[in-house]
Design a protein around this ligand. Sequence first.
Ligand code: 5GP
Ligand code: MG
Length: 178
Amino acid sequence: MKNASLRRLISKRDIRRRVRELAEEITAHYQGRPVVVLGLMNGALFFLVDLLRLLPESVIVECRTVASYAGPSSTGKIHGLDMLHGNFAGKTVLIVDDILDTGLTLSEVRARLLDMGAKRVDVCVLCRKEGTRKVRVRAKWVGFDIKNEFVVGYGLDFDGVYRTRQEIFVLEPSSSTP
Ligand code: 5GP
Ligand code: MG
């Protein structure tokens, strides 16, 4: 996307506050029971780390790389699910992802974990987009409900860049000048 501009959507302070609230809710919910926190890379990287710092030491941490995007729209094809092998049988798994969009990624990952014998699979997402679902996915914890706009920053990229921005921005095409 040439001539794109960034419009700030969520501030650093709001992210920090919301992550703290989510960590408190998650901690209270599991009450020290064993949980495998499965972070989906690369988008959830910053969110995962900030959340993990506030979770109890008993959580087990796993990361897998899955991707469905090429450029600014979902390809609908999920890559990286074959990397999901691991010991999830009998475990409670909390998937941590960046964005719930069509829902294809999370429903596939969730189904795969249940196939592998996971006892329970919950979902926590940083952002949930409005009106974009192709399949139903229940996210137990949601950082922010957002409109159907392409966002970057705080781990989220556009073709690999913008991940290191500390805040969340909407990437919008600049109004073109003739
Ligand atoms: P879904 O399978 O739900 O359509 O896609 C979810 C994945 O697409 C997210 O985990 C994220 O990696 C990517 N994605 C969806 N919307 C956006 C967006 O607005 N910005 C960025 N950077 N990635 C997105
Ligand atoms: Mg993702």
